[in-house]
Design a protein around this ligand. Sequence first.
Ligand code: PLP
Length: 280
Amino acid sequence: KTAFVNGEFLPLENARVSVLDRGFLFSDSVYEVVPFYAGRGFRLNAHLERLERSLALLRIVNPYERTRWHEIIAELIEANGGGDLALYIQVTRGAPERRDHRIPEDIEPTVVAFCQSRAPVDPAVLEQGIAAITHEDTRWRYCTIKSTSLLANVLAADDARSRGASEALMVRDGAVQEGTSSNVFAVIDRRLVTPALRDTILPGITRAAVLELAERDVIDHAEIETLSPAALRSASEIWVTSSIREIFPVTTLDGETVGTGKPGPVWTRMQTALQAMAHD
Ligand code: PLP
């Protein structure tokens, strides 16, 4: 497996960054995960745009022009054999000479990228759906920044696991925001809804694709201000979306059955449409 570190391609097991790197010391860094289907990136430009936005919001200098990003990524995908991969990119503020909270001037960002295999989705998930829990949203407020400060997400995902579930849905001010690593959709009264974007929701690339498909296929849909946990409990379908999961149907919420307890008809339609779009 080949990784990319600061301009160099090298075996992943030899890839290293400094212990003084601010990504390591302060989570002072941002990331992206891009799915590749048969060697082709799904919405790669949207991911690079989001990376640029995350960097700008943290006042980290974007190390490369868009065309250079494309070259690096193409070379890395090729070096890793193409196929179905998940590309991980991380840009940190860099490694200064001393540990200090204050952002140093003239610091060069650290860039790391590598690939992981993107195994096909477990058929059991698509047949049975997954379990999710609701969870207090203990994250900070700038969740539109795809930063590597993910402790609240990691702990909530672990709480889900310890309750036999595979995703935790973050509830803040009486409203469901998103999952620990996914956006959330629900079918309520025959309408597909998702929380409208705000500070506490990552603008998911898969979320945007699902909304486009709903528009194209004339599925009644809306981005809503408040998705209350009670409304979610009344949903006939719940889904979580992400670049890695695509669209997972949620068939158990806090131990209660969602809808019929099976992935629903709107999900089936959307899942087919998204597969076609990704493999197009
Ligand atoms: N929300 C959070 C907090 C995430 O970490 C992710 C992705 O991992 C998503 C939403 C989904 O975003 P995307 O569809 O761009 O992968």
